[in-house]
Design a protein around this ligand. Structure first.
Ligand code: NAD
Length: 310
């Protein structure tokens, strides 16, 4: 049923997500794409002739497509893509259209976009649906979608079908902006665990323990978790962890800094006490600016905190 699809934001995540759609949708489907970077559009149009079509703006995408996915970096970009009075999605009639924003942004911006759409186009549907699983997951088609809607939402079946082409799991989180709240809460937790794991490994290693033994102990003990296991911040504990490849592939420390800061803001706004927020923010902020860590996987906090490598 997705014959006229739109996709805006063809970066590290958006491009592989779009490639899955282009490969898996029925032959009659057309995907209208837009990104402020021309080259990436041209490349995809060459790769999928007569299937991926280049648009001239977000508004143009909205005029051509019935279902639109957006995947841009931050709240300001989402605002501009949807609300720009000249070129935004909402500057044309989007009645009856289905809009899915997969960007990780603050809940307030997402709710503001939703409110604007509800007020101006009551028959259109807008959902927040951030994803988890990273660039590798986007390429493999294994990302998870955290959807800002109730289990009873009338569009859930259509949304599930669409996102199943790009990922493995879809979790309806309850209502508007709750997909984002879930994602930010998840990244807060995973960011804190990476710091705690780095410190715990370091104190054990400095006491004479082999890091692989330590990881086995956590796995068998009460500290068992994915970060200490598949994403262990210490190189060569887990062969496929980003740390073992020089922290090159993974979730960039600047993105963790952004998500962590959004989570801390959210905690403040809802009156949730988070004593670890300040420590986490300082650490990821420092690591993002440190030339030894910048652009690397966020588990590079181990290096930032003075952990021993080699
Ligand atoms: P990216 O910077 O690689 O890609 C973003 C794309 O959006 C770029 O191609 C950029 O040109 C385009 N863009 C920016 N403003 C635009 C506009 N006004 N109109 C059209 N296109 C515009 O970022 P990414 O890594 O793909 O991340 C996108 C979102 O997904 C972010 O919110 C990020 O936090 C989230 N995310 C990223 C990862 C990851 O591992 N990279 C994982 C999960 C979630």
């Amino acid at each position: 049923d997705f014959k006229r699809l739109g996709f805006i934001g063809l970066g590290a995540m958006g491009k592989p997500m779009l490639v899955h759609l282009a490969n898996k949708l029925p032959p009659e489907s057309r995907i209208h794409v837009f990104d402020v970077v021309e080259d990436v559009m041209d490349e995809l149009c060459r790769q999928f002739p007569n299937r991926v079509l280049k648009a001239t703006s977000s508004k143009d995408v909205a005029q051509q497509a019935d279902t639109i996915i957006t995947m841009v970096p931050e709240g300001a970009h989402v605002r501009s893509v949807y609300l720009d009075p000249r070129n935004g999605i909402c500057s044309t009639d989007i009645s009856h259209k289905l809009l899915i924003d997969c960007s990780t942004i603050d809940t307030a911006t997402s709710l503001a976009v939703k409110d604007h759409i509800v007020q101006n186009f009551p028959t259109a549907s807008f959902y927040d649906s951030p994803v988890s699983g990273g660039v590798v997951g986007a390429i493999k088609g294994t990302i998870a979608f955290f959807l800002g809607c109730a289990e009873s939402d009338p569009n859930l079946k259509r949304l599930t079908h669409l996102v199943s082409l790009m990922g493995k799991q879809i979790i309806p989180c309850g209502g508007p902006s709750l997909g984002l709240a879930a994602k930010l809460s998840n990244n807060y937790l995973s960011g804190i665990i990476a710091i705690a794991c780095s410190e715990a490994m370091d104190m054990g290693m400095r006491s004479g323990l082999d890091p692989r033994v330590l990881a086995k102990v956590y796995a068998a003990g009460t500290a068992q978790n994915t970060i200490c296991d598949r994403f262990n911040p210490v190189p060569h504990v887990y062969a496929e962890a980003p740390s073992s490849g020089g922290y090159k592939e993974g979730f960039k420390v600047q993105l963790m800094r952004k998500d962590f800061s959004l989570a801390v803001d959210m905690a403040k706004r809802v009156g949730s006490k988070n004593v670890l927020g300040e420590v986490g923010l300082d650490t990821y902020d420092g690591a993002s600016k440190d030339p030894r860590c910048r652009d690397l996987d966020s588990r590079v906090v181990y290096r930032y905190l003075g952990g021993q490598e080699d």
